[in-house]
Design a protein around this ligand. Structure first.
Ligand code: HEM
Length: 436
């Protein structure tokens, strides 16, 4: 620790610190601050934070030195009141116990079995789209990914019940928008956003209770897996309930965001779309894809990879230092809030040629870059538990869709995003169905 200095703080303004620049344009601000150094100190009204943009230091924080880091304050605040007893919001031994209880539902051997259903649900979803139809693309994609989640992992037909989940997700996103003036107020202050959140959480809880009442510990679903763990006295009913809330929300929003931006980019890059269609036709020959086709759908995988690079649904991963640590020669005190922004690393020209350009073929060329220059699913023991599920779903859903439809996507340029729980589009994304 001796000799370590304080990280630099790139020009903030009095009182607001870095908050003003972040509120105006978080996406440019984060990239600008990162040019100062690999570790910088940031001041926001009511909170201090460090931003780390060296992949090796991120690897230390998430993997090799992870014992020195725990959930960040932002993570705790985000999930308070909705996922208090879930894997997303717990730490230490309790988190380990919950992660262990959930893990059997996410083994590849089980997840790959969902492949056929993922493709069937996607094909059914687009079957009614007619050339000339104008779609709210974000609404369509979140409906699709929620239905896929229900049909597979959860074993619940969510048709007709989408609103209760979507309203909870929207209320959570509104509550955690980093620009919201009331964001630092305690949750007991009845702001309109907080009241909306409380109402939505109550409705979601009722819905999940009904799902649990209809299920049993023998069911081959994540509900069954959790109920079986409860029967073995490994987890409480509150933990069953909150983990299902966590999965309903985390399990569809990020995938919907990814499919929306994939279509946006394909619409702007017809040559990429043609290469994709050629691969899909060759691999599938008119059939629906399944998990066995995953490895052969290389171009589709690369479109998904590239979309997650440019539009990482989780735009930053954060942690809290449990003790004083030295990172990159800089001293961080115990309790330091540290953010590793995927948004910045994924567009850093030290690691990517032409970083702002959508170019899935970059993944066909060998590139020597540090592992944590790209980490859409985070890393280390707390990495996304749904990673394999999400990758399979995204590749099979995209392959199924491009084989059946083409979309002309229109947005207000430049595309802007909500700086919240997931990188949602801030304004409408419409798509017109084209003849294929
Ligand atoms: C494109 C899709 C997805 C992306 C980009 C994504 C990304 C992430 C990231 C970055 C984390 C945070 C890890 C950390 O703090 O280090 C996370 C956690 C998590 N994700 Fe995902 N995720 C996706 C899809 C899913 C799906 C489909 C599910 C479930 C079906 C899921 C369930 C979870 C859960 C439960 C956690 C908390 C894990 C823990 O704290 O132990 N995610 N995800």
């Amino acid at each position: 620790m001796s000799g370590a200095k304080r990280p630099p703080s790139p020009g903030g303004v009095p009182l607001m610190g870095h908050g003003l620049a972040f509120a105006r344009d978080p996406w440019s601000a984060m990239r600008e601050w990162a040019t100062e150094d690999d570790v910088v100190a940031l001041e926001f009204p009511g909170r201090s934070m460090y931003m780390v943009t060296d992949p090796h230091l991120i690897e230390r924080m998430l993997v090799s030195d992870q014992a020195q880091f725990t959930l960040s304050r932002a993570q705790r605040q985000t999930f308070a009141g909705i996922e208090d007893d879930a894997v997303t919001a717990t730490e230490g031994e309790r988190w380990k116990r919950l992660r262990r209880a959930l893990q059997p539902a996410f083994e590849w051997s089980g997840v790959r079995g969902y492949g056929d259903r993922m493709a069937e649900r996607t094909a059914a979803h687009v079957a009614d789209w007619e050339p000339g139809d104008r779609l709210d693309l974000w609404a369509e994609m979140r409906q699709l990914t929620l239905h896929i989640l229900g049909d597979t992992l959860l074993g619940v037909d969510l048709t007709g019940d989408e609103a209760v989940v979507h309203e909870a997700a929207d209320a959570l996103v509104a509550k955690t928008d980093f620009r919201r003036p009331g964001q630092l107020l305690p949750d007991w202050v009845p702001t309109p956003t907080q009241r909306r959140f409380d109402r939505a959480v109550g409705d979601l809880d009722d819905y999940i209770s009904a799902v649990i009442a209809d299920s049993g510990p023998g069911d081959a679903t994540v509900v069954g897996v959790l109920l079986a763990a409860h029967e073995r006295d490994e987890i409480s009913m509150a933990e069953v309930q909150d983990n299902l809330a966590a999965l309903l929300l985390a399990g569809h929003d990020s995938s919907a965001v990814t499919l929306t931006y994939a279509w946006y980019e394909l619409s702007r890059h017809p040559e990429t779309r043609e290469r994709l269609v050629a691969e899909v036709e060759e691999v599938l020959d008119g059939d629906l894809p399944g998990a066995d086709d995953f490895d052969d759908l290389e171009r589709v995988q690369n479109v998904v990879r590239e979309t997650l690079r440019l539009y990482p649904p989780a735009f930053a991963t954060s942690r809290e230092a449990t003790e004083a640590v030295t990172l990159g020669g800089y001293a961080l005190p115990a309790g330091a809030q540290v953010m590793a922004p995927q948004w910045v690393l994924h567009r850093d020209e030290r690691f990517w040629d032409d970083p702002d350009t959508f170019d899935p073929t970059r993944w066909e060329r060998d590139a020597d870059r540090p592992e944590y220059a790209y980490f859409p699913f985070s890393g280390g023991p707390r990495h996304c538990i749904g990673m394999r599920f999400a990758r399979l779903e995204l590749v099979l859903a995209l392959a199924t869709m491009v084989d059946r439809v083409d979309l002309d996507v229109s947005v207000d340029e430049p595309l802007t995003f909500t700086p919240s729980l997931s990188l949602r589009p801030e304004s409408d994304v419409f798509a017109t169905v084209r003849e294929v």
